[in-house]
Design a protein around this ligand. Structure first.
Ligand SMILES: CC(C)(COP(=O)(O)OP(=O)(O)OC[C@H]1O[C@@H](n2cnc3c(N)ncnc32)[C@H](O)[C@@H]1OP(=O)(O)O)[C@@H](O)C(=O)NCCC(=O)NCCS
Length: 152
């Protein structure tokens, strides 16, 4: 069973470890811990059968939301955990009255792009050389919650 809930101090080390395993410029434990008190954001963690398996980091300004990061432990991928996290992100967006959630993803990251597309995100633009280590363009993807399309 997959359970999704807001991160507590007990999960900081696990989120930091997974972030370090997945990203070339990972967040520090201090940065992750600071998110617990962030009134404009949240890290949601996923547990599968009681075992920490992934997280998504969300933030917003007014009605504009951002997915800062999402990751699932390698050995637990392709079991629907990221999809469950993004479903919970939809609830977060509704609870905060957001018009959209937007994100950047490496051009080469086909797995993440397939995930986002399967969850209703659309490609809306490109940020040239957005990423370092290695340098790479970012694809901008957005999930809109209103009929009226906005330019981001
Ligand atoms: C991207 C990532 C979060 C996906 O997590 P996941 O739990 O394996 O994803 P899910 O099992 O919920 O997959 C849902 C759907 O996304 C798509 N998808 C996910 N991984 C995929 C892959 N490797 N190849 C193709 N499609 C994929 C599929 O449509 C999948 O549905 P299906 O399994 O029924 O075909 C995971 O691969 C990961 O942690 N990658 C490293 C970190 C990362 O790149 N994060 C994104 C930063 S922008």
């Amino acid at each position: 069973m997959i359970r999704i809930f807001p991160m507590t101090a007990a999960h900081v080390a696990a989120v930091a470890e997974l972030s370090a395993a997945c990203f070339s410029e990972p967040w520090s434990a201090a940065l992750i811990e600071a998110e617990i008190e962030n009134p404009r954001g949240e890290i949601l963690v996923a547990e599968k059968d009681g075992v920490f398996s992934g997280f998504v980091s969300l933030s917003f300004v007014l009605d504009e939301g951002t997915i800062n990061n999402i990751a699932v432990k390698k050995e637990m991928r392709r079991t629907g955990i990221a999809k469950a996290l993004l479903l919970e992100a939809d609830r977060f967006a509704a609870a905060h009255g957001l018009s959209f959630l937007t994100l950047e993803v490496r051009m080469s990251n086909e797995a993440a792009q397939a995930l986002y597309t399967s969850c209703g995100y659309e490609s809306v633009g490109v940020r040239r050389a957005f990423y370092q280590k290695p340098t790479e363009d970012a694809l901008l993807m957005t999930r809109f919650y209103t009929e009226e399309r906005e330019t981001v």
